[in-house]
Structure formats: structure tokens, C-alpha cells
Design a protein around this ligand. Structure first.
Ligand code: NAD
Length: 478
């Protein structure tokens, strides 16, 4: 990192402070202490980002896809050399454990590599039949917005496919966690990305999104974050008919059937749920358990969760670190208070820790009233609800009873149950007998209020392409 903890904007191939010299403080969530600053972009910085992106469009989109891919592969190699220092910076600003931060960088690098390898394939023309051909073309300039929970991998999932498709991209990364996008952009710079093709900005989020989406040269909005903000941005994008990829919130159910191994299910759920302090869009938040094993499962889950050691992110013994910011702690307090007021039982946790930083105890709630906010609002934190079900139909109905449709999970050894469940669950992804997140090579997207469009795989690159249909009167040689 060139400038320790004072992160700058990257516009037209150069690092700079914001036009007014303003900046925002960076806080360490494990101590609540400030440790640095991030620059704030002005309207004129954003204009520079837009005009340099526009100036670079023709050259970058006509650069052979093989060369674009090779540049991504070089950037991935450069990033590999920096993983230790980059992961330490990510852990300090986000609060995730050092090992988790390293794991996130591994996935970010895989994403950059995968898109580098597949840039040529995704850009190649293909035949429909002897008279018709599809020519993929770069759609134009992309405005991308990434959140603070997985700043390395989520930035890579937007930047790498946009560049593979031949599109310049302006990334507004989360102000609370700037280092990961700075490392990614530095790696691209070192790999030889031409000026203007990638810009990185921070600042006042509504000002930046209004400015970028207000420009007709921007052709795609790619956003990961809350459903509320996603809808605001989609409304703005409608004015210029910008294509939207919206990866929004989730409220993921796990359904546990009686024919499953209770300990295996309890450990898998606990591990996946709490490893990022529950701040993952596809983290499970509601567990539905067959009534015959409900008591046994609940006891086992509570036992497993109470063994999680809460501590500092750089301590290898730590099982769960702090939440990323004070807003999430306040949200946990609100959800818990509401559920308890409606009669919920707190099986374990249910309070913040009496120490500096944003620590909340892993929490399990039972007997949660169906109107409770925790069953409808995305918890995005270390709170899980558990309730029994009697029939598979009831399990499906309860699992689908939120506005969200991102991910769902089920545990059963019966092939028949597995098939009925994955067909019945209204979510973009279903995982059977384990819990899995995103990967570079597979498309994933939410349904219902969890968004639309896909990230990952060839579909992730297609999001940034137009498919031109070319008709020939004569037959093409094949
Ligand atoms: P938020 O929606 O206010 O912010 C999420 C991200 O969007 C942040 O990085 C923020 O900088 C950005 N953002 C906010 N307003 C914006 C605007 N007008 N224009 C452009 N960008 C904007 O929420 P938060 O308090 O930071 O996080 C809590 C909520 O965010 C959770 O409830 C969860 O729904 C959601 N979230 C989802 C994901 C995900 O992976 N889907 C990731 C992080 C947060």
C-alpha cells in the first residue's frame, strides 16, 4: 500500500485526493478507534471519472479479449503477492478474522483469474444456424457500488467481468472498507490497465450514485447492498434505461428434516452463520426443524453456538469477531427487543458484549411470533430463529414466507425430500446438506425482493454485453 491508511481516489490513471480535500474517518470495529481516512469525491472528480471512462471506451472495447484477459491474469498474480498485508488491512477495517480475510482474498483472486481465462470465450461470436450469428459487444460504461461485508470479493465480482467484457468501470466501494478495492485497482494499474478504464471513488453515496446514474454515458448499474437502496438506484437508472444487476438482501431459511444427522446439521449451520458475524447476504437467518427432533436440535445448536469464542479478529483462537459498524449493533438491539416484546425466548446470547468495539453475542431465539420484525427484516447479524414444522408443505410455506428470495438450505438424506424441497423453495440458490456461498464459475442471483440479474460464470460477463444478432441472406460457411 503506497499511502498507509489514507486512501485516495483513482481517476484517469492517477491517485488523487478529492477536489475539496475532504475525507471521512475509518474506524476499527474491534476497538471503535479511528485509524485513518478515505478521500471524498466531488462533482468535478466524478465528471473526470466519467469523461476519462468515455475517452477509454473505444480503445478498451476493441482491445482483443485475449489481451484483456491476460491483463486480468497479471493483476491476479500481483494481488497474490500482497494477500498477507491486504488481508490484515481488511480485517482491521471490517472486523472479520484474519483467516476469513485471507479466504476472501483467495476467492477474489479466483474471480479475477476466472474472468481473465474466460474473457475470450465470452466475447467470441457464435452461430444460431447457418444464416444467423450472435456478436457479443461491450455494453459501455459501468457504474458499480459495493458494500462493506465482502469488499474484496464483491468488488472483484463486478470489476473483473466488466473488464473482461470490454467495459470501462467506475467503482464506488464502501467508504468503511476502502482497502480491498484500492488493492484491486493498484494490481490492475501495475498490470497495465489504460487510464480511464477503471476509476475508484468514495464519498457521499447518494451524491455519487445520483451523479453517475444521471449520466447517459453510463449503461449499467451494478449494485450489491440493501433492498431499500437497490430500489432507489433502480429508480434512478430507469431515467436513462441503464441495465441493472441488483444483488440485494436475503433472509435465508434452513430446513432440517428428521432423517438428518442432528450434530452435523447444527455444526454446519453454526459455522456458516456466525463466521462473518452473520453479515453475509446469504447467511441463514431462520431455521425450521422437524418437530420430532426440534428439542434435540435446539439443545445441540445452543451447545455449539455457546462454544464460539468471541474475540479480536487477529487472534487465531477467535471464532467470531465484532460486527462491522455501530449501525448493525443498533439493528440487533431493535430486532431483539421487538421479538422479546412479542414473546420470543432467548435461548442464548441476546446482548452486546461489555467491551469496546461492536461485539454482539451469537443469539438464538425460539417461539418467535410470526409478526416479529426479525422474521421479515433482514437481520444481517448473528441472530438466528428456530421453530418446528410438522409437514413438508408447512416447511415450504414457512421457508418462502418472506419477501426475500436469495438463498435457502436443507438437511435431509432422502432424495425424494431433497427434490421436493429444491423445487418448492423460492430462492435463487438452494444448497443441500451443506451451506455454500458464491463461486467465480457459477451464476447466482436473487429473486423476489433479493434483486435480479446474475453475477458469476459467463452470465456475469454477459451482464456487461449487448448480444447483436446478425442475419445473413447467404449461408455462412461453418
Ligand atoms: P445500506 O444499504 O445503507 O448500505 C449498503 C451499501 O450501499 C453501503 O456500502 C453504502 O455505501 C451503499 N449505499 C447506501 N446508500 C447508497 C446510495 N444512495 N447510493 C449508492 N450507494 C449507497 O446499508 P448498511 O447499513 O451499510 O448495511 C445494512 C444493510 O445492507 C443490511 O440490512 C443488508 O440488507 C444490506 N447489505 C447487503 C449486502 C449484500 O451482500 N447483499 C451487503 C452489505 C449490506
Amino acid at each position: 500500500m503506497s499511502e498507509s491508511e489514507n486512501y485516495k481516489l483513482f481517476i484517469n490513471g492517477a491517485w488523487r485526493l478529492g477536489g475539496n480535500g475532504d475525507d471521512l474517518p475509518l474506524l476499527n470495529p474491534a476497538t471503535a478507534q479511528q485509524f485513518g481516512h478515505v478521500a471524498v469525491a466531488t462533482g468535478s472528480d466524478l465528471e473526470d471519472a466519467l469523461s476519462s471512462a468515455q475517452a477509454s471506451l473505444q480503445r478498451w472495447s476493441s482491445t482483443p479479449a485475449l489481451e484483456r484477459g491476460a491483463l486480468l491474469l497479471r493483476a491476479a498474480e500481483i494481488l497474490k503477492e500482497k494477500v498477507d498485508v491486504a488481508a490484515a488491512a481488511l480485517s482491521r477495517e471490517q472486523g472479520k478474522m484474519l483467516a476469513e480475510a485471507k479466504g476472501e482474498y483467495t476467492r477474489a483472486i479466483e474471480t479475477v483469474e476466472w474472468n481473465g481465462i474466460h474473457a475470450e470465450k465470452a466475447s467470441a461470436s457464435f452461430l444460431i444456424d447457418q444464416n444467423r450469428m450472435i456478436v457479443p459487444e461491450a455494453i459501455g460504461i459501468v457504474a458499480a457500488f459495493t458494500p462493506w461485508n465482502f469488499p474484496a470479493v464483491l468488488s472483484a465480482r463486478k470489476v473483473a467481468p466488466a473488464l473482461a467484457a470490454g467495459c470501462p468501470i467506475i467503482l464506488k466501494a464502501a467508504e468503511e472498507t476502502p482497502s480491498a478495492s484500492v488493492y484491486l485497482v493498484e494490481a490492475l494499474e501495475e498490470a497495465g490497465i489504460p487510464p480511464g478504464v477503471v476509476s475508484l471513488v468514495f464519498g457521499h453515496p447518494p451524491t455519487i450514485s445520483e451523479h453517475l446514474l444521471g449520466s447517459p454515458v453510463v449503461r449499467v448499474l451494478s449494485f450489491t447492498g440493501s433492498t431499500l437502496v437497490g430500489k432507489q438506484l433502480a429508480r434512478m437508472a430507469a431515467n436513462n434505461l441503464q441495465r441493472c444487476v441488483l444483488e440485494l438482501g436475503g433472509h435465508s431459511p434452513v430446513v432440517v428434516f428428521e432423517d438428518t444427522d442432528v450434530s452435523r446439521a447444527a455444526s454446519a449451520i453454526s459455522e456458516y452463520k456466525f463466521k462473518f458475524a452473520g453479515q453475509s447476504c446469504n447467511a441463514p437467518s431462520r431455521i425450521l426443524v422437524a418437530r420430532s427432533i426440534y428439542r434435540e436440535f435446539l439443545a445441540r445448536l445452543v451447545q455449539t453456538v455457546e462454544r464460539i469464542k468471541i474475540g479480536m479478529p487477529d487472534d487465531p483462537e477467535t471464532g467470531m469477531g465484532p460486527m462491522a459498524n455501530a449501525r448493525r449493533l443498533e439493528a440487533m438491539e431493535r430486532l431483539l427487543k421487538d421479538a422479546v416484546a412479542r414473546g420470543a425466548g432467548v435461548e442464548t446470547g441476546g446482548r452486546r458484549l461489555d467491551r469496546p468495539g461492536f461485539f454482539w453475542k451469537p443469539t438464538i431465539l425460539s417461539n418467535v411470533h410470526p409478526d416479529s420484525r426479525v422474521l421479515h427484516e433482514e437481520p444481517f447479524g448473528p441472530i438466528l430463529t428456530v421453530e418446528p414444522f410438522d409437514t413438508i408443505e408447512e416447511a415450504i410455506e414457512k421457508a418462502n414466507a418472506t419477501e426475500y428470495g436469495l438463498a435457502s438450505y436443507l438437511f435431509s438424506d432422502s432424495l425424494d425430500i431433497q427434490q421436493r424441497m429444491f423445487r418448492g423453495l423460492s430462492t435463487g440458490a438452494v444448497s443441500v446438506n451443506f451451506l455454500k456461498g458464491v463461486s467465480a464459475d457459477a451464476p447466482i442471483g436473487g429473486i423476489k425482493q433479493s434483486g435480479y440479474g446474475y453475477e458469476g460464470g459467463i452470465d456475469g460477463i454477459r451482464a456487461f454485453q449487448n448480444l447483436k444478432l446478425v442475419n445473413f441472406a447467404n449461408a455462412l460457411c461453418v
